[in-house]
Write a protein that binds this ligand. Structure first.
Ligand SMILES: Cc1ncc(COP(=O)(O)O)c(C=O)c1O
Length: 422
């Protein structure tokens, strides 16, 4: 048994602690050298420094108290305004949008599901055990939301192109279905689901459609400006009611920052929690969290303004170039990319009929200092690319070639999938 850590009697000096903190990271993945393609988004040292300094300026402030910190209220309003604009929410009429910053994609998704559930309950529906119909590729955060909120999850098989199948989703709906989901893009394969076709199903049955753009919310708008062809995926599509879009992914903000966006303020009302039966007076909060870190809000606000449209376009071009080169290299090694990813995520594995152990290849890459996720059924290596990966794409491919050769020498023996989050 490891010994429990205890609070030291005497405090230590900051220089000593700084040294210890550095040492604690000795075995961490080397993301500063761009060798991680998951968890960290490396947009360049200047952006990281803006995110960090802005965070530090507001690290003690608390967005639970907007009356005490009008600064944070203004920054959150600015960020939500920017997001609604990027995601084509109309500026006039009854549906001009509303939203909040949250701690991350999972919280944004939980709030979208809660809003949808409470809107249905307000119309008199018995929502206990009501269902969410979603493609198999949608993020597990929906299962978490359903688990917390007492709902049922119905995962529907995707097509042979790994895309949501709107007809199969239609067939899974019944009178107790609350929500449909599409991803833009999905995490496993980086593919944008056919949102317009899913929206048609949602409109036919008057069901809430959530688009999970946790990955794409701050990437797709710039990829589209760079000429990347993807199906319409945002508020341009009638029937899309909420969108989750993460600032701490391709918004390049410090961790702890996402946005939940509603088509209308009327919908957003159902996101709020209100209570007053305790001695400290009434409390209304729009998010799961009570205390909300000012630093995360300031960091996102600063990075958005630091990069601007031009900055994000430049980062996006670099990601697209890295993906293009890695795709070419993967195919040159005789492997195949799953589906037709056009953004920053991709997964690849052996060609049909090839018994190459792709998890053996993953292990070879891991031994060479690279860190990324995997997919299963079919088995593959998963990459979540950052702008800075354009600097290391060639080294990655060289190491990949060696790892493939090694795995082939070991004769197609399939390694077990490495466990995520273990
Ligand atoms: C498509 C998608 N949705 C939701 C999430 C959950 O986001 P978070 O880890 O910020 O809670 C992720 C995380 O990678 C994601 O890729």
């Amino acid at each position: 048994m490891t010994e429990r850590t205890r609070l030291p009697e005497q405090g230590e000096t900051w220089p000593r602690l700084q040294e210890r903190l550095g040492a604690l990271g000795a075995n961490d993945v080397d993301w500063r050298n761009k060798k991680s393609a998951v968890y960290v988004f490396h947009p360049g040292d200047d952006v990281i420094s803006v995110a960090k300094e802005a965070y530090a300026l507001y690290q003690s402030e608390n967005a639970l108290g907007p009356a005490a910190f009008p600064s944070l209220r203004q920054m959150e309003e600015d960020v939500v305004g920017i997001a609604l604009d990027l995601l084509h929410c109309p500026e006039e009429g009854p549906e001009t949008g509303a939203g909040n910053m949250t701690s991350g994609g999972t919280e944004s998704i939980i709030l979208a599901v809660k809003s949808c559930r409470d809107a249905a309950a307000a119309k008199g529906m018995d929502v206990r055990g009501a269902s969410i119909v979603l493609p198999r590729t949608a993020h597990l955060a929906f299962d978490k939301a359903a688990h917390y909120l007492g709902l049922e999850i119905r995962r529907i098989e995707v097509t042979s192109d790994f895309l949501a199948d709107p007809d199969a989703m239609r067939a899974a709906i019944d009178e107790r279905t609350l929500m449909l989901v599409g991803s833009a893009p999905c995490f496993p394969y980086g593919l944008v689901d056919p949102i317009p076709a899913i929206a048609e199903v949602a409109r036919e049955h008057d069901i809430w459609l959530h688009v999970d753009a946790c990955v794409g919310g701050y990437l797709n708008p710039f990829a589209e400006r760079e000429g990347v062809a993807i199906p319409e995926w945002d508020f341009r599509v009638e029937g899309v009611r909420t969108i989750s879009a993460d600032l701490h992914k391709y918004g390049y903000a410090a961790k702890g920052a996402s946005t939940i966006l509603h088509r209308s303020a009327e919908q957003h009302r159902h996101q709020l929690f209100q209570g007053d039966d305790w001695p400290a007076g009434a409390m209304t909060t729009p998010t799961v969290a009570g205390t909300r870190p000012g630093g995360a809000i300031a960091s996102a606000w600063a990075v958005l303004h630091y990069l601007g449209v031009e900055g994000y376009r430049e980062k996006t071009r670099r990601i697209l170039e890295a993906r293009r080169r890695i795709t070419q290299g993967v195919e040159a090694l005789g492997m195949r990319v799953y589906g037709d990813p056009r953004l920053a995520l991709m997964a690849f594995g052996p060609a049909e009929g090839d018994d190459l152990s792709i998890f053996g290849v993953w292990k070879g890459m891991h031994d060479r200092g690279w860190f990324s996720g995997v997919v299963q059924a079919p088995a593959g290596i998963h990459l979540m690319l950052s702008p800075s990966h354009d600097e290391v794409a060639d080294t990655y491919l060289k190491d990949l070639g060696e790892s493939v050769a090694e795995a082939r020498e070991q004769g197609g023996k399939q390694e077990a999938a490495p466990t995520r989050y273990a």
